[in-house]
Design a protein around this ligand. Structure first.
Ligand code: NAG
Ligand code: NAG
Ligand code: NAG
Length: 176
């Protein structure tokens, strides 16, 4: 009895070891890392994708959905920042631009769903342009509020993740 218990224990330990060894390569070569290495801000990319539990073992389509959701959240936060923190009528143009960015990002969802990666690129590039037009709307050489600039950089970094995913899905760039 005692012998057979030990034997089972050893067998289980051996199986567990095999599982650990065989899963190790996948831990290093996960899709989130592969995507994020191609982006302008890999740590923003990794943090934002991994903040969603669905990113574990996700394929590119799922990562695309997560990154669109994250960009949408960031664009809405930027608009809210203008409303609440900055709260000045000087920013009507930026508010309109962020409304347009939010609308562009919304259209990305449909483009991803219908595998229209050309449209996806158009909409996401549009959202990035909207954010940078707001940055430039304060006049030649004039910087807007730093927190708005920061929000714009973050949004553009998040949009860049969608671009990388879109370009991977359409075969323009190859991961790994
Ligand atoms: C990702 O998985 C979903 C189902 O879970 C599937 O509909 C979709 O086509 C997959 N995408 C890719 C790129 O394999
Ligand atoms: C924004 O400014 C308006 C008046 O200019 C004021 O009524 C409102 O309470 C302000 N909002 C915040 C969140 O500070
Ligand atoms: C709004 O714009 C006016 C002139 O363009 C400027 O004098 C004022 O400081 C600006 N206010 C804010 C809060 O940026």
């Amino acid at each position: 009895m005692r012998f057979s218990f030990n034997y089972i224990f050893l067998a289980l330990a051996y199986v567990l070891l095999l599982i650990l060894l065989s899963s190790a390569p996948f831990t290093f070569a996960d899709l989130v890392n592969e995507v994020c290495q191609q982006t302008i801000d890999p740590s923003l990319c990794s943090n934002s994708l991994r903040s969603d539990p669905r990113s574990t073992n996700a394929n590119l389509t799922i990562l695309g959905r997560i990154s669109i959701k994250n960009a949408q959240k960031s664009a809405k936060a930027a608009k809210k920042l203008i409303h609440s923190a900055i709260n000045s009528s000087n920013y009507t143009q930026c508010i309109a631009l962020y409304d347009e960015a939010i609308s562009n990002i919304k259209k990305c969802k449909k483009a991803l769903k219908s595998h229209d990666y050309g449209q996806l690129n158009t909409f996401i590039s549009g959202a990035m342009t909207d954010a940078s037009l707001c940055d430039g709307s304060f006049g030649r050489g004039i910087q807007g509020p730093p927190q708005l600039k920061f929000a714009s950089i973050k949004l553009q970094g998040l949009c860049n993740i969608i671009l990388v995913i879109s370009n991977s899905l359409s075969g323009i760039i190859k991961l790994v």
